[in-house]
Write a protein that binds this ligand. Structure first.
Ligand SMILES: O=C([C@H](O)CO)[C@H](O)[C@H](O)COP(=O)(O)O
Length: 211
C-alpha cells in the first residue's frame, strides 16, 4: 500500500501545526518542507513529533554537505526521514545514511536537479539509501515540468529501495502515480491550497487506497 506524505510548506509555526492536525488522520508521513524547516528549525520537529507520535516525520533538509553532522540532530529531535541531495558528494549522502542508521531512521536521496538520475539512484541504493525521491521542485513546476517520466525511469530500475514522488501531484494524477510504482506520494499544494485541506486529504487517501 502506497503511503501519502503531506508537505507542510508554510513558514508559520502555528499554521503548520494546525494544518498537520487537520490532515493527520488521512496521511502517513508529515513533511516539514525545506523553507519551513529553515525558518522554524528543530523546535518544529520536536513539536510535530510530540503532537503526532504515530506519524513519520520527514525533515526536508535537502542536505548538500556535512551530511552526518547536519542530519544527526534532526533525527535525534524526532525526525524519521531526512533528505539529502543526489547532487551532493557521495560522502555527504553516505553521511546521512550513516546518521539515519544510527537513529533507526531513514535517508532519502532527492534527485531534484540531478542530470543522470539513474546513475545516482543506483549508487545511492548500493550505498544503503532507504528512499529515492523523484522530485520536480516548485520552480520547475512553474516552468511546466512534471515528475512522471522520471518516475517511470527510476521505478523501472527495480532497485531495492522505496521510491517517493513529489511535484504537483493532485487528485487527477495520484492513482496513476501509485500504479507507476510510487511507494510514497508527496502532496503539498493540492492539499494546503484546497478550500478544505482535511477533505482534500481524505479524498486523496481514498484514491490511493483504491489504486
Ligand atoms: O519539496 C517541495 C519543494 O521543494 C519545497 O520544499 C514540496 O514540498 C514538494 O514539491 C511537494 O509539494 P507540491 O509540489 O506542491 O505537491
Amino acid at each position: 500500500m502506497a503511503e501519502i506524505q503531506m508537505a507542510l510548506d508554510s513558514l508559520d509555526f502555528d499554521a503548520t501545526m494546525a494544518l498537520a492536525e487537520q490532515v493527520a488522520p488521512y496521511v502517513d508521513i508529515l513533511e516539514i518542507g525545506t523553507p519551513c524547516i529553515k525558518y522554524n528549525g528543530l523546535k518544529l520537529v520536536k513539536a510535530l513529533k510530540a503532537a503526532h507520535p504515530d506519524k513519520k516525520i520527514l525533515v526536508d533538509l535537502k542536505t548538500m554537505d556535512a551530511g552526518e553532522y547536519e542530519a544527526t540532530p534532526f533525527f535525534e529531535a524526532g525526525g524519521d526521514i531526512t533528505t539529502v541531495l543526489g547532487a551532493s558528494d557521495e560522502a555527504t549522502m553516505k553521511g546521512v545514511i550513516k546518521a539515519a542508521n544510527a537513529n533507526n531512521a531513514e535517508a532519502q536521496i532527492d534527485l531534484i536537479g540531478v542530470e543522470d538520475k539513474s546513475a545516482v539512484a543506483k549508487q545511492a541504493a548500493a550505498n544503503g539509501a532507504h528512499i529515492i525521491g523523484v522530485h520536480t521542485g516548485l520552480d520547475a513546476q512553474a516552468a511546466g515540468q512534471t515528475p512522471f517520466e522520471d518516475l517511470k525511469t527510476i521505478a523501472g530500475l527495480g532497485l531495492n529501495v522505496k521510491v517517493s514522488v513529489a511535484g504537483g501531484i493532485n487528485k487527477d494524477t495520484i492513482q496513476s502515480t501509485v500504479r507507476a510504482g510510487a511507494d510514497i506520494v508527496v502532496v503539498g499544494a493540492a492539499i494546503y491550497g484546497a478550500p478544505s485541506p482535511a477533505e482534500s486529504a481524505k479524498e486523496l487517501r481514498a484514491l490511493v487506497d483504491a489504486a
